[in-house]
Ligand binder design. Structure first.
Ligand SMILES: *Cc1c(COP(=O)(O)O)cnc(C)c1O
Length: 398
Protein backbone atom coordinates (compact mmCIF):
# COMPACT_ATOMS: atom_id res chain seq x y z
CA UNK A 1 0.00 0.00 0.00
CA UNK A 2 1.39 3.45 -0.85
CA UNK A 3 1.77 5.93 2.00
CA UNK A 4 -1.23 8.21 2.65
CA UNK A 5 -0.68 11.55 0.93
CA UNK A 6 -0.82 14.82 2.88
CA UNK A 7 -3.57 15.98 0.51
CA UNK A 8 -5.66 12.99 1.74
CA UNK A 9 -4.94 13.71 5.41
CA UNK A 10 -1.53 11.98 5.75
CA UNK A 11 1.55 13.55 7.34
CA UNK A 12 3.32 16.02 5.01
CA UNK A 13 7.00 15.46 4.18
CA UNK A 14 7.66 19.04 5.35
CA UNK A 15 5.80 21.40 7.65
CA UNK A 16 7.09 24.58 6.04
CA UNK A 17 6.82 25.07 2.29
CA UNK A 18 10.14 24.85 0.46
CA UNK A 19 9.97 27.58 -2.24
CA UNK A 20 10.96 26.75 -5.84
CA UNK A 21 13.53 29.54 -5.78
CA UNK A 22 14.91 31.99 -3.24
CA UNK A 23 17.50 34.76 -3.11
CA UNK A 24 20.75 34.59 -1.14
CA UNK A 25 21.80 37.78 0.68
CA UNK A 26 24.91 37.88 2.87
CA UNK A 27 26.67 40.54 4.97
CA UNK A 28 28.85 41.58 2.04
CA UNK A 29 25.76 42.47 0.00
CA UNK A 30 24.41 44.45 2.95
CA UNK A 31 27.75 46.23 3.49
CA UNK A 32 27.89 47.15 -0.22
CA UNK A 33 24.46 48.81 0.02
CA UNK A 34 25.33 50.66 3.22
CA UNK A 35 28.47 52.01 1.57
CA UNK A 36 26.42 53.50 -1.27
CA UNK A 37 23.84 54.92 1.15
CA UNK A 38 26.64 56.75 2.98
CA UNK A 39 28.13 58.04 -0.28
CA UNK A 40 27.40 61.03 -2.48
CA UNK A 41 25.47 59.11 -5.14
CA UNK A 42 22.28 57.07 -4.83
CA UNK A 43 21.73 56.68 -8.55
CA UNK A 44 23.81 56.93 -11.74
CA UNK A 45 27.06 57.28 -9.82
CA UNK A 46 30.23 55.18 -9.81
CA UNK A 47 28.55 51.91 -8.68
CA UNK A 48 26.75 51.61 -12.03
CA UNK A 49 29.94 51.61 -14.07
CA UNK A 50 31.70 49.35 -11.62
CA UNK A 51 28.87 46.77 -11.75
CA UNK A 52 28.67 46.96 -15.53
CA UNK A 53 32.40 46.43 -15.90
CA UNK A 54 32.35 43.39 -13.63
CA UNK A 55 29.26 41.96 -15.36
CA UNK A 56 30.82 42.34 -18.82
CA UNK A 57 33.98 40.57 -17.62
CA UNK A 58 31.93 37.79 -16.06
CA UNK A 59 30.18 36.89 -19.31
CA UNK A 60 33.06 37.77 -21.62
CA UNK A 61 31.26 40.60 -23.46
CA UNK A 62 32.67 44.03 -24.29
CA UNK A 63 29.78 46.02 -22.79
CA UNK A 64 27.15 45.54 -20.11
CA UNK A 65 24.34 48.05 -19.62
CA UNK A 66 22.42 47.89 -16.34
CA UNK A 67 18.68 48.66 -16.41
CA UNK A 68 15.77 48.53 -13.98
CA UNK A 69 14.41 45.06 -14.89
CA UNK A 70 14.83 42.11 -17.22
CA UNK A 71 11.77 43.38 -19.04
CA UNK A 72 13.45 46.78 -19.53
CA UNK A 73 16.54 44.92 -20.81
CA UNK A 74 14.42 43.10 -23.41
CA UNK A 75 12.61 46.31 -24.37
CA UNK A 76 15.92 48.16 -24.79
CA UNK A 77 17.34 45.32 -26.89
CA UNK A 78 14.27 45.11 -29.14
CA UNK A 79 14.24 48.90 -29.59
CA UNK A 80 17.95 49.06 -30.33
CA UNK A 81 17.63 46.19 -32.81
CA UNK A 82 15.29 48.49 -34.71
CA UNK A 83 12.09 46.51 -34.18
CA UNK A 84 9.09 48.60 -35.21
CA UNK A 85 5.65 48.41 -36.83
CA UNK A 86 5.58 45.85 -39.64
CA UNK A 87 8.39 43.76 -38.17
CA UNK A 88 8.06 40.15 -37.03
CA UNK A 89 10.21 38.69 -34.27
CA UNK A 90 10.32 34.92 -33.94
CA UNK A 91 10.33 33.76 -30.33
CA UNK A 92 9.45 30.86 -28.05
CA UNK A 93 6.01 30.31 -26.50
CA UNK A 94 7.52 28.54 -23.47
CA UNK A 95 8.74 31.64 -21.66
CA UNK A 96 7.59 34.47 -19.43
CA UNK A 97 5.23 36.91 -21.19
CA UNK A 98 7.86 39.70 -21.04
CA UNK A 99 9.88 37.98 -23.80
CA UNK A 100 7.11 38.54 -26.33
CA UNK A 101 5.73 41.74 -24.75
CA UNK A 102 8.93 43.64 -25.58
CA UNK A 103 8.19 43.13 -29.28
CA UNK A 104 4.69 44.55 -28.81
CA UNK A 105 6.13 47.57 -26.93
CA UNK A 106 8.05 48.41 -30.12
CA UNK A 107 5.02 47.95 -32.36
CA UNK A 108 6.30 44.67 -33.81
CA UNK A 109 4.59 41.28 -33.93
CA UNK A 110 5.84 38.24 -31.99
CA UNK A 111 5.69 34.98 -33.97
CA UNK A 112 5.79 31.85 -31.85
CA UNK A 113 7.93 28.97 -33.08
CA UNK A 114 7.53 25.49 -31.63
CA UNK A 115 10.03 23.90 -29.24
CA UNK A 116 11.88 20.63 -28.70
CA UNK A 117 9.86 18.40 -26.34
CA UNK A 118 12.90 17.30 -24.34
CA UNK A 119 14.63 20.66 -23.66
CA UNK A 120 11.91 23.32 -23.86
CA UNK A 121 14.18 25.30 -26.21
CA UNK A 122 13.57 26.31 -29.83
CA UNK A 123 13.57 23.48 -32.32
CA UNK A 124 16.17 24.79 -34.79
CA UNK A 125 14.88 22.47 -37.52
CA UNK A 126 11.38 24.00 -37.28
CA UNK A 127 12.57 27.59 -36.95
CA UNK A 128 13.05 28.44 -40.60
CA UNK A 129 9.41 27.90 -41.57
CA UNK A 130 8.41 30.72 -39.18
CA UNK A 131 10.65 33.21 -40.99
CA UNK A 132 8.97 35.50 -43.52
CA UNK A 133 10.10 38.55 -45.51
CA UNK A 134 8.93 40.84 -42.66
CA UNK A 135 10.94 38.91 -40.02
CA UNK A 136 13.60 41.13 -38.48
CA UNK A 137 14.93 39.21 -35.49
CA UNK A 138 15.05 35.93 -33.61
CA UNK A 139 14.55 36.26 -29.86
CA UNK A 140 15.93 33.02 -28.40
CA UNK A 141 15.23 31.91 -24.82
CA UNK A 142 17.66 29.72 -22.84
CA UNK A 143 14.96 27.75 -21.07
CA UNK A 144 15.66 26.77 -17.44
CA UNK A 145 19.26 27.95 -17.91
CA UNK A 146 20.38 25.62 -20.72
CA UNK A 147 21.53 27.56 -23.80
CA UNK A 148 19.43 27.09 -26.95
CA UNK A 149 21.02 25.81 -30.19
CA UNK A 150 22.89 29.03 -30.83
CA UNK A 151 25.04 27.82 -33.72
CA UNK A 152 22.02 26.74 -35.76
CA UNK A 153 20.17 29.94 -34.78
CA UNK A 154 23.15 32.12 -35.73
CA UNK A 155 23.62 30.37 -39.09
CA UNK A 156 19.95 30.76 -39.93
CA UNK A 157 20.00 34.43 -38.87
CA UNK A 158 23.09 35.09 -41.02
CA UNK A 159 21.49 33.39 -44.02
CA UNK A 160 18.26 35.39 -43.67
CA UNK A 161 19.82 38.68 -42.55
CA UNK A 162 18.27 38.68 -39.04
CA UNK A 163 19.43 39.99 -35.68
CA UNK A 164 19.67 37.51 -32.81
CA UNK A 165 18.59 38.70 -29.37
CA UNK A 166 18.91 36.29 -26.48
CA UNK A 167 16.64 36.22 -23.45
CA UNK A 168 19.11 34.89 -20.89
CA UNK A 169 17.00 35.71 -17.83
CA UNK A 170 17.61 32.07 -16.76
CA UNK A 171 21.13 31.69 -18.04
CA UNK A 172 23.68 33.84 -16.19
CA UNK A 173 26.87 31.75 -16.00
CA UNK A 174 25.74 29.23 -18.65
CA UNK A 175 28.04 28.20 -21.49
CA UNK A 176 27.58 27.06 -25.06
CA UNK A 177 30.58 25.25 -26.58
CA UNK A 178 32.88 26.86 -23.98
CA UNK A 179 31.55 30.37 -24.63
CA UNK A 180 29.64 32.18 -21.91
CA UNK A 181 26.05 33.22 -22.49
CA UNK A 182 26.24 37.00 -22.90
CA UNK A 183 28.83 36.79 -25.67
CA UNK A 184 26.82 34.66 -28.12
CA UNK A 185 24.03 36.85 -29.52
CA UNK A 186 24.16 40.41 -30.81
CA UNK A 187 22.44 41.48 -27.60
CA UNK A 188 21.73 39.38 -24.53
CA UNK A 189 19.19 40.33 -21.86
CA UNK A 190 19.50 39.19 -18.24
CA UNK A 191 17.18 39.60 -15.25
CA UNK A 192 18.19 40.04 -11.62
CA UNK A 193 14.75 39.52 -10.07
CA UNK A 194 15.05 37.63 -6.73
CA UNK A 195 14.22 34.21 -8.23
CA UNK A 196 16.95 34.53 -10.89
CA UNK A 197 20.61 33.37 -10.61
CA UNK A 198 21.73 36.63 -8.92
CA UNK A 199 19.54 39.46 -7.65
CA UNK A 200 19.39 43.23 -7.26
CA UNK A 201 15.76 43.17 -6.03
CA UNK A 202 14.61 44.31 -9.45
CA UNK A 203 17.03 44.74 -12.30
CA UNK A 204 18.32 43.69 -15.68
CA UNK A 205 21.42 43.89 -17.85
CA UNK A 206 22.01 43.89 -21.61
CA UNK A 207 25.39 42.74 -22.92
CA UNK A 208 26.82 43.38 -26.38
CA UNK A 209 30.17 43.55 -28.15
CA UNK A 210 29.17 46.52 -30.31
CA UNK A 211 30.13 50.03 -29.15
CA UNK A 212 27.35 51.77 -31.07
CA UNK A 213 24.67 49.48 -29.62
CA UNK A 214 25.97 50.00 -26.08
CA UNK A 215 25.77 53.75 -26.57
CA UNK A 216 22.18 53.57 -27.82
CA UNK A 217 21.19 51.22 -25.00
CA UNK A 218 22.61 53.69 -22.47
CA UNK A 219 20.70 56.55 -24.05
CA UNK A 220 17.48 54.48 -24.17
CA UNK A 221 17.53 53.80 -20.43
CA UNK A 222 17.80 57.57 -19.81
CA UNK A 223 14.96 59.04 -21.94
CA UNK A 224 17.01 58.84 -25.13
CA UNK A 225 19.19 61.67 -23.90
CA UNK A 226 22.71 62.26 -25.21
CA UNK A 227 25.25 64.38 -23.39
CA UNK A 228 27.84 65.19 -25.97
CA UNK A 229 30.95 66.88 -24.58
CA UNK A 230 31.59 69.00 -27.70
CA UNK A 231 28.02 70.30 -27.81
CA UNK A 232 28.24 71.16 -24.11
CA UNK A 233 31.47 73.07 -24.60
CA UNK A 234 29.78 75.00 -27.42
CA UNK A 235 26.33 75.58 -25.82
CA UNK A 236 27.03 75.59 -22.10
CA UNK A 237 27.21 73.03 -19.34
CA UNK A 238 23.42 72.60 -18.93
CA UNK A 239 23.09 71.41 -22.50
CA UNK A 240 21.70 68.01 -23.47
CA UNK A 241 19.61 66.66 -26.30
CA UNK A 242 16.87 64.05 -26.42
CA UNK A 243 17.24 62.25 -29.73
CA UNK A 244 15.04 59.19 -29.35
CA UNK A 245 11.99 58.30 -27.27
CA UNK A 246 13.68 56.52 -24.39
CA UNK A 247 12.49 55.68 -20.88
CA UNK A 248 13.63 55.98 -17.31
CA UNK A 249 15.02 52.46 -17.02
CA UNK A 250 18.01 53.39 -14.84
CA UNK A 251 19.25 51.01 -12.16
CA UNK A 252 20.26 52.98 -9.03
CA UNK A 253 23.74 52.76 -7.49
CA UNK A 254 22.18 51.13 -4.40
CA UNK A 255 21.10 48.16 -6.49
CA UNK A 256 24.23 48.07 -8.68
CA UNK A 257 26.26 47.66 -5.48
CA UNK A 258 24.26 44.54 -4.55
CA UNK A 259 24.64 43.24 -8.09
CA UNK A 260 28.41 43.54 -8.05
CA UNK A 261 28.59 41.82 -4.68
CA UNK A 262 26.24 39.04 -5.89
CA UNK A 263 28.35 38.45 -9.01
CA UNK A 264 31.28 37.39 -6.83
CA UNK A 265 29.17 34.40 -5.75
CA UNK A 266 27.48 33.59 -9.04
CA UNK A 267 29.78 30.74 -10.07
CA UNK A 268 29.79 29.07 -6.64
CA UNK A 269 26.00 29.24 -6.58
CA UNK A 270 25.76 27.83 -10.10
CA UNK A 271 27.92 24.89 -9.06
CA UNK A 272 25.73 24.27 -6.02
CA UNK A 273 22.57 24.27 -8.16
CA UNK A 274 24.26 21.93 -10.65
CA UNK A 275 25.13 19.54 -7.80
CA UNK A 276 21.53 19.49 -6.55
CA UNK A 277 20.32 18.95 -10.12
CA UNK A 278 22.70 16.00 -10.51
CA UNK A 279 21.35 14.56 -7.27
CA UNK A 280 17.76 14.93 -8.55
CA UNK A 281 18.71 13.36 -11.90
CA UNK A 282 20.09 10.31 -10.19
CA UNK A 283 17.34 9.90 -7.61
CA UNK A 284 14.52 10.42 -10.09
CA UNK A 285 15.99 8.27 -12.88
CA UNK A 286 14.27 5.17 -11.52
CA UNK A 287 10.79 6.73 -11.54
CA UNK A 288 9.42 5.82 -14.98
CA UNK A 289 6.57 8.36 -14.77
CA UNK A 290 9.08 11.24 -14.75
CA UNK A 291 11.51 12.52 -17.37
CA UNK A 292 14.01 15.29 -16.56
CA UNK A 293 14.97 17.61 -19.42
CA UNK A 294 17.73 16.50 -21.80
CA UNK A 295 21.05 18.25 -21.15
CA UNK A 296 23.42 18.63 -24.10
CA UNK A 297 27.03 17.71 -23.37
CA UNK A 298 28.40 20.76 -25.24
CA UNK A 299 26.53 23.11 -22.87
CA UNK A 300 26.84 24.17 -19.24
CA UNK A 301 23.44 25.02 -17.78
CA UNK A 302 22.97 27.86 -15.30
CA UNK A 303 20.37 25.58 -13.64
CA UNK A 304 17.92 28.38 -12.94
CA UNK A 305 15.08 25.83 -12.91
CA UNK A 306 14.81 22.07 -12.51
CA UNK A 307 11.93 21.16 -14.81
CA UNK A 308 10.55 17.65 -15.21
CA UNK A 309 8.07 16.28 -17.69
CA UNK A 310 5.38 13.98 -16.29
CA UNK A 311 4.68 10.90 -18.39
CA UNK A 312 0.94 11.29 -17.99
CA UNK A 313 0.26 7.95 -19.70
CA UNK A 314 1.83 6.28 -16.65
CA UNK A 315 -0.26 8.26 -14.15
CA UNK A 316 -3.94 8.09 -13.32
CA UNK A 317 -4.16 11.83 -12.62
CA UNK A 318 -3.14 14.96 -14.51
CA UNK A 319 -0.46 17.54 -13.71
CA UNK A 320 -2.84 19.63 -11.58
CA UNK A 321 -3.31 16.76 -9.11
CA UNK A 322 0.40 16.04 -8.90
CA UNK A 323 1.04 19.75 -8.34
CA UNK A 324 -1.55 20.03 -5.55
CA UNK A 325 -0.35 16.86 -3.85
CA UNK A 326 3.27 18.07 -3.84
CA UNK A 327 2.25 21.48 -2.48
CA UNK A 328 0.36 19.67 0.30
CA UNK A 329 3.58 17.76 1.10
CA UNK A 330 5.32 21.13 1.64
CA UNK A 331 7.15 21.19 -1.69
CA UNK A 332 6.82 24.54 -3.52
CA UNK A 333 6.55 23.15 -7.02
CA UNK A 334 5.74 25.56 -9.85
CA UNK A 335 4.95 25.46 -13.57
CA UNK A 336 7.07 27.09 -16.29
CA UNK A 337 5.40 28.22 -18.52
CA UNK A 338 1.83 28.73 -19.73
CA UNK A 339 2.34 29.18 -23.52
CA UNK A 340 2.50 32.96 -23.95
CA UNK A 341 -0.14 33.10 -26.68
CA UNK A 342 -2.67 31.37 -24.40
CA UNK A 343 -2.90 34.52 -22.29
CA UNK A 344 -6.16 36.44 -22.86
CA UNK A 345 -4.29 39.50 -24.14
CA UNK A 346 -2.63 37.44 -26.88
CA UNK A 347 -5.86 35.58 -27.66
CA UNK A 348 -7.48 38.95 -28.26
CA UNK A 349 -4.70 39.84 -30.66
CA UNK A 350 -5.78 36.81 -32.68
CA UNK A 351 -3.24 34.14 -31.69
CA UNK A 352 -4.82 30.69 -31.81
CA UNK A 353 -4.54 27.79 -29.43
CA UNK A 354 -3.01 24.75 -31.10
CA UNK A 355 -0.44 26.69 -33.13
CA UNK A 356 2.56 25.20 -31.26
CA UNK A 357 1.36 21.68 -30.36
CA UNK A 358 4.68 20.52 -28.88
CA UNK A 359 4.90 23.56 -26.61
CA UNK A 360 1.31 23.01 -25.45
CA UNK A 361 1.96 19.32 -24.67
CA UNK A 362 5.18 20.36 -22.90
CA UNK A 363 3.21 22.79 -20.73
CA UNK A 364 0.57 20.18 -19.79
CA UNK A 365 3.31 17.88 -18.49
CA UNK A 366 5.73 20.41 -16.99
CA UNK A 367 6.52 20.69 -13.32
CA UNK A 368 9.32 22.72 -11.71
CA UNK A 369 10.95 21.32 -8.57
CA UNK A 370 12.65 23.63 -6.03
CA UNK A 371 16.23 24.52 -6.97
CA UNK A 372 18.34 27.27 -5.47
CA UNK A 373 21.83 27.59 -4.06
CA UNK A 374 20.78 27.97 -0.41
CA UNK A 375 18.93 24.64 -0.33
CA UNK A 376 20.43 22.06 2.01
CA UNK A 377 20.95 18.39 1.11
CA UNK A 378 18.03 17.67 3.45
CA UNK A 379 15.79 20.04 1.49
CA UNK A 380 16.73 18.24 -1.73
CA UNK A 381 16.06 14.86 -0.12
CA UNK A 382 12.63 16.08 1.02
CA UNK A 383 11.82 16.94 -2.59
CA UNK A 384 12.87 13.46 -3.73
CA UNK A 385 10.91 11.77 -0.91
CA UNK A 386 7.78 13.77 -1.70
CA UNK A 387 8.02 13.14 -5.46
CA UNK A 388 8.45 9.41 -4.85
CA UNK A 389 5.52 9.39 -2.44
CA UNK A 390 3.15 11.27 -4.75
CA UNK A 391 4.12 9.47 -7.96
CA UNK A 392 3.86 6.06 -6.25
CA UNK A 393 0.34 6.91 -5.08
CA UNK A 394 -0.72 8.15 -8.53
CA UNK A 395 0.91 5.48 -10.70
CA UNK A 396 -1.59 4.05 -13.13
CA UNK A 397 -0.84 0.43 -12.12
CA UNK A 398 -2.26 0.92 -8.59
C1 LIG B 1 12.15 36.83 -15.33
C2 LIG B 1 12.08 36.79 -16.79
C3 LIG B 1 11.92 37.94 -17.57
C4 LIG B 1 11.60 39.30 -16.99
O1 LIG B 1 12.51 39.76 -16.07
P1 LIG B 1 12.08 40.84 -14.96
O2 LIG B 1 13.37 41.21 -14.33
O3 LIG B 1 11.13 40.16 -14.04
O4 LIG B 1 11.45 41.97 -15.68
C5 LIG B 1 11.98 37.81 -18.95
N1 LIG B 1 12.16 36.62 -19.53
C6 LIG B 1 12.28 35.49 -18.83
C7 LIG B 1 12.51 34.20 -19.55
C8 LIG B 1 12.24 35.53 -17.44
O5 LIG B 1 12.34 34.39 -16.74
Amino acid sequence: MPERLAIDGGTPVRRRLLPYSHQQIDIRDIAAVVEVLRSEWLTTGPAVESYEKRFAEFVGAKHAVAVSSGTAALHAAAFTAGIGPGDDVVTSPITFAATANCVLYCGGRPVFADIQPDTGNFDPAALECFIAPQTKAILAVDFAGQPADHEEIRDLAARRGLTVIEDAAHALGAQYKSRKVGALARMTAFSTHPVKPITTGEGGVITTDEDALAQRLRAFRNHGICRDATARAREGDWFYEMNELGFNYRLPDILCAIGKSQLEKAETWRERRAAIAAHYDEALSNIPAIAPLTQHSDRVSAWHLYVIQLRLERLRVDRKNVFRALRAEGIGVNVHYIPVYWHPYYQELGYKRGQCPIAEAFYERALTLPLWAGMTDEDANDVITAVNKVITAYRSDH
